[in-house]
Design a binder for this molecule. Structure first.
Ligand code: UD1
Length: 410
């Protein structure tokens, strides 16, 4: 199945659902207790459903009622099932909680992907610092032992490694200090849920976090935060198409993105929503991706498309997080007539008219970027690889159609 997209303006209102990356981290943490953990506002997307299947196959009781998910009970195995684990990088978010709670975990390695090689060395070095034995083969990693508190400095504020270390430290013996932690909104949500479960964490949302290990954690209920990447996707679609929309989301999580697009539109920022009225596209200036609060790498394909559509403007985009992400996406946009010169992960984009073409979504956010480009291009665009988009978006085509987009599946 492909998306067929024609240029069309977006108007109206949309609410974004819970964030994939938050849901995956919280589902990983649910293993830290056998009590019931209830997550509300949980998105029904392929990656989340796969994570729920993994939990079920390992023995957890999983109940889904609309956007409410309940997880309870014990694991009867510490081997993460290979076939499903390989489908999503998020399966690695079970490392810290499983070793913390059960003293053992066997993870089939998810492997490289279109955006970069994504090694697990920081996760494993951190667990090793807690006294965990790590054994790696070509296809799996096994960790075992009882975590003991320690001080660990991450060489890079990795989102996943921070999440795994937070989970492993909660039940460790003694105190741990994590230095150079990631501070993304999804990390803050995880820290808050862990505290609700009885964890002792000092420094929520900070890059240095102290965790006093406790004997056990208990159940809780927690609301998954709105998906900031999905919010940025709808705003970008509206801007590319010259439309006007209101997106219910958490604007403070979108600060760097909103600053980047501000010269091309009129923005009204409310407590729980952003309204955007398009003006003419002015390019995106100079953007460099990096750990939060810097510009999010997952939003980079969106603004690359906006830059390519900004006639008469020159934009410079530097991708500093994932090594293959920028080149892959530039190659797809070049098929649509984009003028981009790329060197050392820096793209110089001469904005102009894009024309419909046959392109491929090589990864989740790249696919969303192509939808943005297609809405503002002249003529019809066929986007293949939409299974990559479905991993992270609930009903993207239907929601865009409801806002007036000409998008269909064939
Ligand atoms: C998470 C998000 C992803 C987002 C990324 C960066 C989830 C499920 N996914 O991915 O959508 O794009 O954060 O905001 O939450 N690295 C290493 N060694 C490690 C770990 C990471 O070299 O052990 C490198 C990666 O290859 C990458 C960079 O660090 O170049 C950032 O990765 P990281 O922050 O860990 O991203 P993820 O947690 O995989």
């Amino acid at each position: 199945m492909d998306y067929i997209v024609e240029p069309s303006r977006l108007f109206g209102k949309i609410s974004v659902y819970g964030a994939k990356n938050c849901a995956l981290a919280l589902l990983g943490a649910s293993v830290l207790t056998h009590d019931e953990v209830i997550l509300t506002n949980c998105p029904s997307i392929v990656d989340v459903n796969n994570m729920l299947s993994i939990l079920k196959l390992m023995g957890k009781r999983v109940l889904v009622e609309g956007d409410k998910v309940s997880i309870s009970g014990h694991l009867f195995t510490t081997c993460i099932p290979k076939d499903i684990a390989k489908l999503l990088r998020g399966s690695s978010l079970l490392l810290g909680s499983m070793v913390g709670r059960y003293g053992s975990v066997n993870l089939p390695l998810p492997g490289g992907c279109a955006i970069g090689s994504r090694p697990l060395d920081i996760h494993l070095e951190g667990l090793n610092k807690l006294g965990i034995v790590v054994e790696q083969s070509k296809s799996t990693v096994t960790c075992f032992g009882t975590p003991k508190g320690n001080v660990y400095t991450m060489r890079f504020p990795s989102v996943g490694a921070t999440e795994n270390m937070l989970c492993a430290c909660c039940l460790a013996q003694g105190q741990s200090t994590l230095i150079n932690c990631a501070t993304e909104p999804e990390i803050v949500a995880l820290e808050k849920m862990l505290v609700q479960m009885g964890a002792k964490i000092d420094g929520i949302g900070k890059s240095v976090v102290h965790i006093q290990g406790v004997e056990g954690l208990h159940g809780t209920q927690f609301q998954i935060i709105p998906d900031r990447i999905v919010a940025a996707t709808y705003l970008s679609c509206a801007l590319a198409s010259g439309g006007s929309i209101t997106v219910n989301c958490n604007p403070k999580d979108l600060f760097a993105f909103l600053q980047t697009i501000a010269s091309s539109c009129k923005l009204s920022i409310y407590k729980n929503a952003v309204s955007l009225q398009s003006r003419s596209l002015q390019g995106v200036g100079q953007v460099q991706t990096g750990p939060y609060p810097q510009f999010a790498t997952d939003m980079q394909p969106l603004i690359l498309s906006l830059a390519a559509l900004s006639s008469g403007s020159v934009s410079i985009i530097k991708e500093d997080v994932f090594e293959n992400r920028l080149a892959n996406q530039c190659n797809q946009l070049i098929k649509m007539g984009a003028e981009i010169s790329l060197k050392d992960n820096i793209a110089v984009v001469m904005g102009g008219n894009l024309v419909g073409a046959t392109v491929k979504a090589l990864d989740l956010r790249g696919g969303a970027g192509l939808v943005v480009a297609a809405l503002g291009a002249k003529g019809k665009t066929r986007i293949s690889g939409i299974e990559n988009i479905n991993r992270g978006y609930v009903d993207l085509a239907q929601n865009l159609s409801n806002l007036g987009a000409k998008i269909s599946c064939s």
